[in-house]
Unconditional design. Structure first.
Length: 367
């Protein structure tokens, strides 16, 4: 299969997302034109470093690019002030200058943290995303959202800072655990649910083969990236349409926060539960058919993903506490919770007109 390119057209901040097999081994050739004096610094995590850092360094070395690397602990808990500070001080110690490049080699956690470090260091460095998880390839590596978490909520501290290039090598996804691959799939399905019923129907027929079939995997990644790129081009800083990409996230982020960002609930698993809850709420409000939430839940179950709050192991806060966590969501405006709901599969929209009693019913039913 050939390498495909999705162009994100943002004027002076435009960039390409390259998608295909073997891109990690071509990384030196792909980024040499961006590398200034051919110096980069790599931020990664300890798990990814063991799997992919040697191949990346070798690819860069073939182009004469020096590549020091810092490996941070793996996991969502790394998206914090302490690890951000560690990364920034390390980059300064490497004497990384404005014309140099930061490479984010990893999943969404590393991409978010490295991008934020690049945004604030020397008032802005260029960075390249090399996402190594399905979730990062289809979602977090594209669009320029960077940041860290707060004890008060997820991604509340950050900046919009677009990458200079994204290299999505679908071969590296074969090193993911089944659970991590499934969690990433939650974000793939979200694109069909929010704006493309035909894509969701294609996923219902083909998603079981994504992990083993590179052609199916590349098609799913490319379609997801193209959908996100279109939305980001029209609404880069989330003044309107881009909020649709948060389908399932108001619920999901609250659930992640309630589990302490631990491996009890991965981000994509929270999104799957959140999407199901959003469709349940939509059906209760008479916005979509009763069949729609059943279809969503059945598909996530078929893919081995959770679809109910009851599927999360361990103790969780009560419904009022969850609603309190939702109130810290970045979509809150004038103190009003805003939800991404749906008039049907592929027909998402944003609203603050939600009856609190119906919200409580949906949460209670999911336990």
């Amino acid at each position: 299969m050939s390498i495909e390119t999705v162009h994100v057209d943002l004027g002076a901040r435009s960039y390409d997302v390259r998608i295909g097999q073997g891109l990690l081994g071509r990384a030196g050739e792909e980024i040499v034109a961006l590398a200034g004096r051919r110096r980069v610094a790599i931020l990664t995590d300890e798990t990814v470093a063991a799997l992919h850092l040697p191949a990346l360094r070798e690819a860069l070395a073939r182009q004469g690019i020096e590549a020091p690397a810092l490996a941070l602990p793996a996991g969502e808990a790394t998206k914090c002030w302490a690890e951000l500070g560690r990364a920034v001080e390390w980059l300064l110690a490497q004497r990384i200058e404005r014309k140099d490049l930061v490479i984010a080699l990893g999943g969404g956690v590393i991409g978010d943290l490295a991008g934020f470090a690049a945004a604030i260091l020397r008032r802005g460095l260029r960075f390249v995303q090399i996402p190594t998880t399905l979730l990062a390839q289809v979602d977090s590596s594209v669009g320029g959202k960077t940041g860290i978490n707060s004890p008060q909520g997820k991604n509340l501290i950050g900046a919009f800072h677009q990458p200079a290039l994204v290299l999505a090598d679908i071969d590296v996804l074969t090193t993911l655990s089944q659970r991590d691959f499934r969690a990433g799939y939650g974000e793939v399905a979200k694109y069909g649910l929010l704006g493309d019923e035909g894509f969701f129907a294609w996923l219902e027929a083909n998603a079981a083969g994504l992990a083993s079939d590179p052609a199916l995997r590349q098609r799913a990644v490319r379609h997801s990236v193209a959908m996100k790129a279109g939305i980001v081009q029209r609404d880069e800083t989330e003044q309107g349409e881009r909020a649709l990409l948060n389908l399932g996230h108001t619920f999901g982020h609250a659930l992640e926060s309630s589990t302490g960002y631990s491996d009890r609930l991965l981000h994509g698993e929270g999104v799957a539960i959140g999407c199901t809850l959003a469709f349940e709420l939509s059906a209760r409000m008479g916005l979509c058919s009763q069949e729609a939430p059943s279809r969503v839940a059945a598909h996530f179950a078929a893919m081995g993903l959770p679809s109910r709050i009851a599927d999360i192991p361990g103790e969780l806060p009560d419904d009022e506490a969850l609603i309190g966590l939702m109130a810290q969501d970045k979509k809150v405006q004038d103190g009003k919770l805003r939800f991404v709901l749906a008039r049907g599969i592929g027909q998402a929209f944003v609203t603050d007109a939600v009856d609190p009693a119906l919200l409580r019913q949906v949460l209670a039913q999911s336990r």
